[in-house]
Design a binder for this molecule. Structure first.
Ligand SMILES: Nc1nc2c(ncn2[C@@H]2O[C@H](COP(=O)(O)OP(=O)(O)O)[C@@H](O)[C@H]2O)c(=O)[nH]1
Ligand SMILES: [Mg+2]
Length: 306
């Protein structure tokens, strides 16, 4: 799959990839496959942001497979290791059924607004009719920023005055979407209220309006996390996942970080599919997450047996 999307993913993940595969390959090639090796592997994975739980699981699984199959050839060890990674991230997608109301959640600064613009453009480019709703009404700047993006990608925006009730914006947007035959209504939400309880209450309220008014629409809750924050991204995913149902995750800013391994921890620990990866600040810099491509890129192995 050496097309332009793969190349874009490769560029976007280059920092994660070079931090990851060199360490792993060196470790495997220059070690005896003894207990020290497995300890060191586990430590390397943790330092690569795969999380303690997932790192332990991968290491144990590798130990078993090597033992069971009597693998000693180092190329085979590496291949076995990468296949374990691939199996971990290869979980079912949540398919996007149309028409859909997509509620985009996440803390401030992770890239929600930018990702919404990218998604709107992406949907529009394949012939769908997207619409954006500005339900982050707490800061005037948030609505203005979204409006600038909506103009740029030429997608209709529903908004209200700053300070308006977010749920009323959602209400208006759903009715507008229905009457205009919108395929995907993408709702921007606030990332920070006075505290976490308030934020989750607000999201819950938005969810209820979507359920009540959104008859005939599918529902899709998308969490945005920032890859550069490493373990924080996992923590945020866990908190949101406990409070509301999540269908998928968009992981942004992969281009600026070597901490992309956190994607593996999130998928493994929470079982939520990563659907999109942000690799830059322009409207084109969003890639559909594909488990095999992701592992091929971060391991720099394009010939994995599966
Ligand atoms: N490098 C890079 N920057 C991003 C990406 N996504 C968002 N950003 C930047 O992150 C900052 C915050 O984004 P914004 O959409 O306003 O976040 P929000 O507060 O969650 O709505 C902005 O400067 C964006 O340009 C990405 O994939 N890569
Ligand atoms: Mg925003």
């Amino acid at each position: 799959m050496k097309n332009s999307i793969f190349q874009k993913l490769k560029n976007g993940l280059s920092k994660t990839a070079s931090a990851f595969n060199e360490k792993i390959d060196n470790l495997i090639y220059y070690s005896e496959l003894d207990d020290d090796f497995f300890d060191e592997l586990e430590e390397t994975l943790i330092l690569s942001d795969l999380g303690v739980e997932t790192s332990l699981k991968i290491t144990d699984e590798l130990k078993h497979r090597i033992k069971d199959k009597g693998i000693i050839n180092k190329d085979k060890v590496i291949e076995t290791f990468y296949n374990i990674l691939y199996e971990l991230v290869d979980i079912p997608d949540s398919l996007l059924h149309l028409p859909t109301i997509m509620v985009v959640v996440g803390v401030n600064g992770v890239g929600k607004t930018t990702t919404i613009a990218k998604l709107a453009k992406k949907f529009k480019d394949v012939g769908m009719k997207p619409m954006i709703a500005a339900a982050d009404t707490f800061r005037a700047a948030a609505v203005d920023q979204l409006e600038t993006w909506a103009d740029r990608v030429e997608v209709p925006l529903i908004k209200a005055a700053t300070g308006a009730d977010p749920s009323s914006v959602v209400f208006d947007a759903i009715h507008a979407a229905r009457s205009r035959g919108t395929d995907v209504l993408i709702i921007d939400t606030a990332g920070r209220l006075h505290n976490k309880v308030n934020l989750m209450k607000e999201l819950d309220k938005i969810g209820r309006v979507v359920d009540r008014e959104g008859e005939g629409f599918f529902k899709h809750n998308l969490l945005v996390v920032d890859a550069t924050t490493g373990q924080n991204a996992l923590t945020q995913a866990r908190i949101f996942n406990d409070a509301i149902h999540l269908d998928g995750i968009a992981m942004t800013k992969m281009d600026g970080t070597s901490k992309g391994g956190i994607a593996i921890a999130i998928i493994d620990e929470l079982g939520i599919p990563i659907e999109y990866v942000g690799v830059g600040e322009t409207a084109e810099d969003l890639i559909d997450f594909n488990p095999r491509s992701f592992i091929e890129v971060i391991t720099d192995k394009e010939d994995l047996n599966g």
